[in-house]
Design a protein around this ligand. Structure first.
Ligand SMILES: [Zn+2]
Length: 58
């Protein structure tokens, strides 16, 4: 069981895709990535909820 999030699902033109064994770990990776690659998203108060809604279990 793993968790995955594809950056393009946020609507961003970004090839980023993340897969981890832990849900918290995935959120951490995505947040770090967002800070560097998508500062406009990282500053959005809805970012956390958006990330949660885009996490898929594989
Ligand atoms: Zn991205």
């Amino acid at each position: 069981m793993a968790y995955t999030l594809t950056c393009a699902d946020t609507g961003a033109a970004c090839p980023g895709s993340f897969t981890t064994d832990g849900r918290d770990e995935l959120v951490e990776h995505v947040m770090l990535h967002a800070k560097h690659a998508h500062p406009e998203l990282a500053g959005n108060p809805d970012m956390g909820a958006m990330v949660e809604s885009l996490i898929k279990q594989v």
